[in-house]
Design a protein around this ligand. Structure first.
Ligand SMILES: Cc1cc2nc3c(=O)[nH]c(=O)nc-3n(C[C@H](O)[C@H](O)[C@H](O)COP(=O)(O)OP(=O)(O)OC[C@H]3O[C@@H](n4cnc5c(N)ncnc54)[C@H](O)[C@@H]3O)c2cc1C
Ligand SMILES: *[C@@H]1O[C@H](CO)[C@@H](O)[C@H](O)[C@H]1NC(C)=O
Ligand SMILES: *[C@@H]1O[C@H](CO)[C@@H](O)[C@H](O)[C@H]1NC(C)=O
Length: 630
């Protein structure tokens, strides 16, 4: 199964994490940096990372108009400066005469110190031609479902279905391997300068720009045809700030580079006796798509969402400028970056986040199954009925249901003892006992967040082309009385019975401190106690019509049942359905109008585009794959 499954664990990812962590210490600024001025103006009080010191200056672009900044300014005070859809122009495709010549691409390569890479699809060694290498092909094939294979490649993404699956591992080297939805070129960015060159170049030449960090995006938003991609993987620095002391926070914090993965932030925090709010996924990024989407966390029920803890961003905006965004400076941009989605308002190069004292965590894992499906569902229902209690007790649980089998992997309880966890699970265990269904819980107390996280979450398998997911946030109100809960559960059950599987997350995500949210996280998250992910799957031999029919059934029939029982709620853009109808409401809720206005202001030329991102409804792909304004 997909992106999402389940009990697979691997033993040696820690080594890979260590290697990445070590290599991250070595970011080197470009030799031509005219650096000190830029550094002083970009961050007043927290030192930039070495790679953030090297920035593009007005003097640099004087010689190279190809990479000049954009001076379009949109101010709220002057409505006539407001960008409208009619200001956008079609992006070029590689078949167009206006596509940059090889000489121009050469200039980009030269200016970035040879960091422009033409895309070679990851599985190209499996195909006859200049990249053929049977040994390498065997390696790629063997680890295709391992997320680290893809997060270490410049262009590969973990949901190849959305790239068109045009170059999959194969034992038949005579097949065809084409670019499909991959970008044409990638900037292997090592400095902010590199990113600014890519942004200015893409905008000035009308080339589509994409951003790839790890490639985890469920809907392929970190890829795109006829484009140049910025790869943020090498922005690996992490810095502990023992006492941050500004922007209203006097506690500990971490400054984290855009390429750092959650696991490395956790390890760095643990070393200081701290914990940060990040995702469950073993290899998911942190400052990129994760925080941009809001970010749910094993610590969510006590602390809220990842984005609720951001103090400051460094970001390259669509005009090519490198700016700081926090509650005082560029505060609108700061609001939008915390929940408004990746690849929309700029390219983040680092983030500063609050950290909290490390805390003990108890985890529980167990599974049960029954061929008596009514008994099975009775037990599952008793568990679902505890969601409000569990979330209010500060727990996060990650579970899957396949026909007749339930797997808890894990029930994660920060600050609770084994006895308290057993108490929370007792209603389920009593029900299972009464039904004579076996279960063998493993309940473990861990001293630190990192230890508990590392020991209990699965490393999910990725890289499938025969599945698509869709999701829904279920609000607390659906648990308010027995009749509402019965109806809710019946609808969830009917969809799982029909499609065979569900991934569920029981948690809450209230804004920390209980006040009004000060960021653009989907308001539906604040009410929710269940994030449920369903899926459609098909045979590898299915025709595109058959696949589309399955996808449409998932989106429009099955998910509609979930929408109908949760009116006004939404879905998590980070783990969603690219076909989600009215995605503006579902992924952004009542924040959409303001997000759209800010998109116009900060990205008047539409430099950043990804499907279902804010403002993406202004664009359509024409039949030749040209992205054009409506
Ligand atoms: C196995 C797995 C486990 C997951 N677990 C969790 C979880 O526990 N909690 C949770 O909330 N989500 C989880 N997710 C969803 C995940 O948070 C999103 O897919 C997220 O977008 C991944 O971000 P990334 O930067 O790692 O990936 P990418 O696919 O590289 O990027 C995602 C999006 O952000 C953009 N982007 C990346 N970097 C930047 C940047 N520096 N500046 C601007 N835009 C950028 C990309 O263009 C793309 O649109 C999981 C996903 C998977 C596949
Ligand atoms: C083929 O791949 C193997 C394994 O990655 C590598 O060691 C070898 O150098 C490659 N051969 C060539 C000719 O590139
Ligand atoms: C964890 O429990 C301790 C002791 O009961 C308490 O002081 C602390 O505030 C709790 N931490 C969180 C984050 O709830």
């Amino acid at each position: 199964m997909p992106n999402i499954v389940s009990t697979q664990r691997t033993g040696n990812w820690k080594l890979a994490a260590l290697a990445l962590f070590l290599s991250g210490a070595l970011a080197i600024p470009a030799p031509d940096a005219s650096s000190t001025d830029a550094a002083a103006s970009s961050t007043a009080t927290t030192e930039p990372f070495p790679y953030e010191v090297s920035t593009l200056t007005d003097a640099d672009v004087e010689e190279y108009p190809e990479i000049s900044f954009d001076d379009t300014v949109y101010t709220e005070a002057d409505p006539s400066s407001k960008r409208s859809v009619s200001d956008l122009v079609c992006k070029v495709i590689s078949a167009d005469s206006k596509w940059p010549s090889s000489k121009i691409w050469g200039i980009v390569n030269f200016l970035t110190g040879k960091k422009l890479i033409p895309t070679v699809p990851l599985a190209a060694p499996c195909y006859n031609g200049e990249y053929y290498n049977a040994t390498r092909c065997a390696e790629i094939t063997a680890s295709w479902h391992d997320s680290d294979l893809h997060d270490q490649d410049p262009t590969s993404i973990m949901s190849p279905f959305y790239q068109g699956a045009t170059c999959m591992p194969t034992t038949d080297p005579t097949g065809s391997c084409t670019l499909g939805g991959y970008p044409n070129y990638v900037i292997k960015a090592k400095t902010v300068f590199d990113i600014q060159v890519a942004v200015n170049f893409a905008r000035n030449f009308g080339v589509r720009l994409v951003v790839k960090n790890t490639g985890h995006d469920f809907s392929g938003k970190s890829s795109g045809a006829n484009s140049i991609s910025v790869w943020t993987h090498f922005f690996n620095d992490i810095k502990h700030i023992p006492k941050f002391n500004r922007l209203g926070w006097s506690g500990p914090a971490f400054k984290v580079g855009a390429g750092v993965q959650g696991r490395d932030v956790y390890a760095a925090a643990k070393a200081q006796g701290l914990a940060v709010v990040g995702g469950e996924g073993m290899t998911v990024g942190y400052a990129g798509g994760y925080l941009a989407g809001g970010g749910h966390s094993p610590l969510s029920s006590i602390y809220g969402m990842g984005a609720d803890h951001v103090l400051e961003y460094e970001v390259v905006t669509g005009d090519g400028r490198f700016v700081t965004a926090n509650a005082q400076k560029n505060s609108d941009l700061f609001w939008a970056l915390r929940g408004g989605g990746g690849s929309t308002f700029g390219i983040v190069t680092s983030v500063i986040v609050k950290a909290y004292p490390d805390l003990p965590v108890t985890t529980a894992t167990f599974s049960f199954s029954s061929t008596d499906l009514d008994a099975f569902w009775d037990a599952v229902k008793v568990y679902f009925n505890t969601f409000v209690t569990n979330a209010d007790a500060g727990t996060y649980s990650y579970f899957s249901i396949f026909t007749g089998t339930f797997n808890m992997a894990p029930f994660f309880a920060p600050n609770l003892s084994a006895a308290e966890v057993t108490g929370l699970l007792q209603p389920l265990f009593d029900k299972l006992d009464s039904l004579n269904i076996e279960y063998t819980p493993v309940i473990t107390e861990h001293e630190s967040f990192f230890d508990a996280w590392q020991a209990s979450f699965p490393k999910e398998l990725v890289g499938y082309t025969t599945v698509q997911t869709a999701s829904r946030l279920f609000p607390r109100a659906n648990w308010v009385d027995d009749a509402t809960f019965d109806k809710t559960f019946a609808v969830i059950r009917s969809v799982i019975e029909e499609q065979g599987m569900l991934l569920g997350f029981n948690m809450k995500n209230e804004f920390p401190g209980g006040g009004e949210s000060d960021n653009s996280v989907n308001p539906a998250w604040r009410q929710s106690v269940l994030h449920a992910i369903g899926a459609a799957s098909w045979d590898a031999s299915a025709t595109s019509e058959e696949i589309q029919a399955k996808r449409d059934y998932l989106t429009n029939v099955q998910m509609q049942k979930w929408r109908d029982v949760t009116p006004g709620s939404g879905a998590y853009l980070g783990e969603s359905d690219i076909q989600e109808p009215n995605f503006q409401q579902a992924f952004y809720g009542e924040n959409y109008a303001r997000l759209y206005q800010l998109k116009q202001r900060f990205d008047p030329k539409g430099v950043f585009y990804a499907r279902t991102a804010v403002g993406s409804e202004d664009w359509t792909l024409d039949l030749e794959g040209r992205l054009c304004p409506n």
